[in-house]
Design a protein around this ligand. Structure first.
Ligand SMILES: Cc1cc2nc3c(=O)[nH]c(=O)nc-3n(C[C@H](O)[C@H](O)[C@H](O)COP(=O)(O)OP(=O)(O)OC[C@H]3O[C@@H](n4cnc5c(N)ncnc54)[C@H](O)[C@@H]3O)c2cc1C
Length: 483
C-alpha cells in the first residue's frame, strides 16, 4: 500500500505541474500589451469588429501564433449571431441566447479585448482611432460588417423597422405585438387594415425567413389570444424590387420558397420596389399606396460610412476593394474582410456575397496569412468554398441547397435547425435555443411586450403608433370592450 502511495505521488505531481503549465499557457498575462497607443515589444495585430469575420481572424491568430499580440476591438462586448435575429423579432428565442460574451472568449484565448467605437484610421501612423483611445498596430484587420442600406430613401429610413441589431429585433417584436393589441379592439375598418398589414421589404433570405416566422406567429395567436382578429384579416407581404426572390439561389429554390410562403398566406409581390413615402403611407413602384403601421426593412446592406476613411477603392455599396490576399493594394498591412470587403474571386466576377461563411473563411485566411507574414513568408490568395444555402420558411418548412441538390420540407427544416444549433457560439446559447424551440410545442407563445424596450427608439414609427393608441384611449367609449 505504502509503495502504491509513493508511486502515485510523483504521478499526481507531474499531472498537477502539466495542468498548471497548460493553464498558464492559455491564460493571458495580467497586462498583456502595456500601453496600446505605442507599438509593443512584439508584433501587434488589431482586429476591428468581433462579428463572424473578426472573431474568426482573432481566434485563428491567437491560437496559431505565439509570436504576436492580438487586440480585438468592438463597440459591443458581445458577439451577435445574426441568423437567428428574426426569431428574436417574433418571440421564438430570447435575445440573450444569440449573443456571446467577448470578454470570456478573449480571456480564454489570450486576446486583449477593448470595448470602443472605431472613429477613424491613422494609416500613416499605423493607429486605429477609437473612442477608447488610439491603438497602434503592425497589422490591422477591418471586419466591421455593414449598415442597413435604405438606398437614399431617407423618409422611409425614419419610419421603417430595420433588422440588424438586437435592439432592432426587440423593436420589431414590440411594434408587431403592439399592432396586434390595437387591432384586437380597433373597429374602424381602415385603421384595422393599416394595423394588420405587415410589409417586409426585400425578398432575400432574411425577408423570407421573417415572413415565414411572422405567418407562424399570427397563425398561432390570431382568433385565439387575440380573439378580435380573424387570421384572414392579417396581411403579410414581401415586397421585392426585382423579378424573383432569393436572387443568388437556384430557380428551383426560388420556386419552392415562393410556393411554401404562399401556402402560409404570405403575399409575394415581385417587381414592387418601395419608392418612398406620401403622407402617412408608403409608395410602391409607380406610386401605388401602401398603408401599414409596421413596415420591416430587410432589403440590403452597405459598407459602414467609416470605411470611406480608409485608402483605396470602394464599390457603389461602399465596400472596400481588396486584392486576392484580402488586403488594400497599396497598404499591405491592412486586411479588410466580411461585409466590409468587396472580394472579387476572378476578373469580371461579382464580389462575394455578404454572408457569414464568407466572413468566417476570410477570417481564417487572414489568420493563416498573418502567421506567414510574421515568419517572413508570402501571403497566399483567398479561395472561397461555398457550403450551400439554407432558408427557413416557417414552421416545419425550409429549403436547402446542399451538395448540388435542392431539398425541401421537413428534411430541410431539420437540417436548418441542426446546422444553426451547431453553428451558434457557446454551449449555453445552444441549450437555451434548443429549449426555446422545444417549449413552443408545450407552452404559449411569448406575446408580452419587452418591457425594457417599451419606449420605442425614435427611428421607428413610435409616434404614430402611440398616437393611434392615444386616439383610441380618447375614444374609449367607442371601444367594443367598453360596451
Ligand atoms: C438579420 C440578419 C440575418 C442574417 N442571416 C444570415 C444567415 O442566415 N446566413 C448567413 O450566412 N448570413 C446571414 N446574415 C449576414 C451575416 O450576418 C453577415 O454577412 C456577417 O455577419 C458578416 O460578418 P462580418 O464579420 O463582416 O460583420 P458582422 O458579423 O456584422 O460584425 C461586425 C462587427 O463590427 C462591430 N462594429 C461595427 N462598427 C464598429 C465600430 N465603428 N467600432 C467598433 N466596432 C464596430 C459590430 O459591433 C460587429 O460586432 C444575416 C444578417 C442579418 C442582419
Amino acid at each position: 500500500m505504502n509503495r502504491l502511495v509513493r508511486a502515485a505521488i510523483p504521478v499526481a505531481a507531474a499531472i498537477g505541474v502539466a495542468s498548471l503549465i497548460a493553464r498558464l499557457r492559455r491564460a493571458p498575462t495580467r497586462s498583456p500589451l502595456g500601453d496600446l497607443r505605442r507599438p509593443g515589444s512584439r508584433p501587434r495585430v488589431v482586429v476591428l469588429g468581433a462579428g463572424f469575420g473578426g472573431l474568426s481572424a482573432a481566434l485563428g491568430i491567437a491560437r496559431g501564433s505565439g509570436d504576436a499580440d492580438v487586440v480585438l476591438v468592438d463597440q459591443h462586448n458581445y458577439h451577435l449571431f445574426t441568423p437567428l435575429l428574426y426569431q428574436v423579432a417574433v418571440g421564438l428565442v430570447d435575445s440573450n441566447s444569440i449573443t456571446y460574451p467577448l470578454r470570456a472568449v478573449a480571456y480564454r484565448n489570450g486576446i486583449r479585448f477593448v470595448l470602443g467605437e472605431a472613429q477613424g484610421f491613422d494609416v500613416d501612423g499605423k493607429r486605429l482611432l477609437t473612442s477608447a483611445g488610439a491603438i497602434a498596430y503592425d497589422y490591422l484587420v477591418v471586419a466591421m460588417g455593414s449598415v442597413t442600406n435604405f438606398y437614399g430613401l431617407s423618409e422611409v429610413a425614419e419610419r421603417a423597422l430595420p433588422l440588424k441589431t438586437v435592439g432592432d429585433a426587440d423593436a420589431i417584436r414590440n411594434v408587431v405585438l403592439g399592432a396586434l393589441e390595437l387591432g384586437d379592439v380597433e373597429r374602424d375598418a381602415d385603421r384595422r387594415c393599416r394595423l394588420l398589414t405587415f410589409p417586409i421589404v426585400g425578398g432575400g433570405p432574411t425577408g423570407l425567413e421573417l415572413a415565414g416566422a411572422l405567418s407562424a406567429l399570427v397563425g398561432d395567436v390570431a382568433g385565439r389570444e387575440y380573439p378580435g382578429i380573424r387570421p384572414e384579416e392579417i396581411s403579410i407581404q414581401v415586397l421585392e424590387a426585382g423579378g424573383r426572390v432569393l436572387d443568388a439561389m437556384e430557380p428551383a429554390t426560388q420556386e419552392i420558397a415562393m410556393r411554401r410562403l404562399r401556402e402560409r398566406g404570405v403575399e409575394i409581390r415581385l417587381n414592387s420596389p418601395l419608392s418612398g413615402v406620401s403622407g402617412n403611407d408608403y409608395l410602391v413602384g409607380g406610386g401605388q399606396r401602401l398603408e401599414a403601421e409596421a413596415l420591416i426593412w430587410a432589403a440590403g446592406v452597405r459598407g459602414s460610412p467609416l470605411l470611406e476613411r480608409l485608402p483605396g477603392q470602394r464599390t457603389r455599396d461602399n465596400r472596400v476593394l481588396v486584392d486576392a490576399t484580402l488586403r488594400i493594394p497599396d497598404h499591405q498591412e491592412i486586411f479588410v474582410i466580411g461585409d466590409s470587403a468587396a472580394c472579387i474571386p476572378e476578373p469580371g466576377a461579382r464580389p462575394l456575397p455578404g454572408t457569414a461563411p464568407v466572413a468566417i473563411q476570410q477570417g481564417t485566411s487572414v489568420a493563416r496569412n498573418v502567421r506567414h507574414l510574421l515568419r517572413g513568408e508570402p501571403a497566399s490568395a483567398f479561395r472561397y468554398r461555398h457550403p450551400g444555402n439554407l432558408v427557413a420558411l416557417g414552421r416545419h418548412a425550409a429549403v436547402a441547397e446542399v451538395l448540388g441538390l435542392v431539398v425541401d420540407g421537413l428534411p430541410a427544416w431539420l437540417l436548418w435547425r441542426a446546422v444553426h444549433l451547431g453553428w451558434l457560439t457557446g454551449l449555453r446559447n445552444r441549450l437555451q435555443v434548443l429549449l426555446d424551440w422545444s417549449l413552443l410545442y408545450v407552452a404559449p407563445r411569448q406575446t408580452e411586450w419587452l418591457r425594457s424596450a417599451t419606449r420605442l427608439p425614435p427611428r421607428i414609427p413610435g409616434r404614430r403608433f402611440t398616437s393611434v393608441a392615444s386616439e383610441r384611449n380618447s375614444e374609449a367609449n367607442d371601444s367594443p370592450l367598453s360596451k
